[in-house]
Ligand binder design. Structure first.
Ligand SMILES: Cc1ncc(COP(=O)(O)O)c(C=O)c1O
Length: 422
């Protein structure tokens, strides 16, 4: 591990949480250089919805490379890009009656968010944007301005400009309708909040602590946007691609966002990001917003394969079934450890176990010692975050949950010992 400590910037993060040198991975299992096995409840922070190295994807990539298929293409036309666009239209957009145009941005999520915010501001000729408490949209300047957690921000970055924060669903308590609150700010000419070009929102906040927006809240948000002529941007980078049980996370609310950002698992494990926009919003001049790595053809190849999981309803059904299995397992664990004040929340196959401060991080460390990779989320890392591959086998889910139980028990024993001075 010395080379990482000597050469890599202090900014490195996950290597500190999971301190080993990983070597190979398949499906929902990783192995380090010593052959130690780890179950994956992290899925590359949402990149690996289809698991590590799915054979269908790997084979297509090898074939593409062996025939010297174009790898880097900027936004030129290539066979790989054509196949992706056709597959995306036929498998995802058309069956949902969605007519979005597609813009490929630089390959990270924050690139897609940055593009959405820029386009919204340009189209509406307004600079303000509204984001929500505990939202996470990335860390380049425009996206960072819409990210809530001050861990990532500093006034010196000059990143707060033109973004106002409003309370997400539930932020002021279950009984407060935060859309009514937002409406008051928008309709009162002396509220101090400029009419925004767009409102950007995650339907389930992933980094912010697994906060699930209620369907009613999302519907009201959409109505509010229409009423005030504000563009609605759904950031589906983490909870799109089937994570909540439907391809897009907003399908459960039956809403029609003006723009949608997708990244992480859309590339089937490879870097890729895109922005979907209603056709009339596509007001770019040719080349007005570019990026050298927009056309990662290996990602197109992988993505086209990954989309074939959506040819039928099997995956959606499996996500529903496995999601219920995880929820039940987590609730059982929560009932066994009331001393940590646990709360279970989530949807589909993204779940959180909120506990008293410090417990989630310690559990993650204990779990790693026992062969499970799981991270935390929330402003104070107070939520243990369950984000396995959508294809994970139920036996591995059970095994992982047993590790969580054993880790919590170890923590409980340690605390008990400290209390009794043992
Ligand atoms: C909802 C959401 N938006 C944007 C991003 C930023 O994506 P990236 O880290 O690829 O820039 C993330 C990353 O976690 C995310 O969860």
């Amino acid at each position: 591990m010395r080379i990482f400590e000597e050469m890599e910037s202090e900014v490195r993060g996950y290597v500190r949480s999971f301190p080993t040198v990983f070597d190979v991975a398949k499906g929902s299992e990783l192995f380090d250089e010593n052959g130690t096995r780890y179950i994956d409840f992290f899925a590359g922070a949402g990149v690996l919805n289809y698991g590590h190295n799915h054979p269908m994807i790997t084979e297509a990539l090898i074939e593409h490379l062996q025939r010297d298929g174009i790898v880097h293409g900027l936004d030129k036309a290539t066979i790989a890009k054509r196949a992706f666009l056709q597959k995306f239209r036929d498998t995802i957009l058309a069956p949902r009656n969605l007519q979005y145009k597609v813009q490929f941005t630089g390959p990270t999520g924050t690139n897609a968010v940055e593009t959405a915010l820029k386009l919204a501001r340009m189209v509406k000729q307004r600079s303000n944007v509204i984001a929500f408490t505990n939202g996470y949209h990335g860390l380049t300047m425009g996206a960072l301005a819409a990210t809530g957690n001050y861990f990532y921000k500093d006034e010196s970055y000059g990143s707060r400009s033109n973004t106002a924060f409003m309370p997400f669903d539930g932020f002021l308590g279950e009984d407060v309708d935060t859309i009514d609150y937002l409406r008051k700010f928008l309709s009162d000419g002396s509220s101090g909040i400029d009419l925004p070009a767009a409102i950007i929102v995650e339907t389930v906040q992933g980094e912010g602590g697994i906060n699930v927006a209620r369907i009613d809240w999302l519907k009201k948000l959409e109505r509010l946007c229409r009423e005030f002529d504000i563009l609605l941007i759904i950031d589906d980078i983490q909870v799109g691609n089937g994570r909540t049980g439907t391809f897009f996370s907003f399908e459960r609310a039956g809403i029609h966002p003006d723009m949608v950002t997708l990244s992480k698992s859309i590339g089937g494990g490879l870097p890729m990001a895109l922005l979907l926009m209603r056709p009339e919003l596509d007001q770019w001049q040719p080349g007005e917003h570019t990026g050298t790595f927009r056309g990662n053809n290996l990602a197109f190849v992988a993505a086209t394969q990954a989309l074939s999981f959506w040819d039928n309803d099997d995956l959606a059904t499996a996500v529903k079934h496995k999601g219920e299995f995880i929820q039940k397992g987590l609730q059982k664990i929560a009932d066994e450890f009331p001393q940590f004040n646990p709360k279970v929340r989530g949807l589909g196959m993204i779940w959180g176990l909120e506990m008293t401060p410090g417990v989630a991080s310690e559990t993650s460390a204990e779990a790693f010692e026992r062969g499970l990779i799981i991270e935390t989320s929330g402003a104070d890392d107070q939520v243990l975050k369950f984000l396995p591959s959508l294809l994970i086998e139920e036996e591995l889910v059970s095994e992982g949950l047993d590790i969580i139980r054993a880790s919590l028990q170890a923590l409980a024993d340690k605390r008990e010992k400290m209390m009794t001075g043992g």
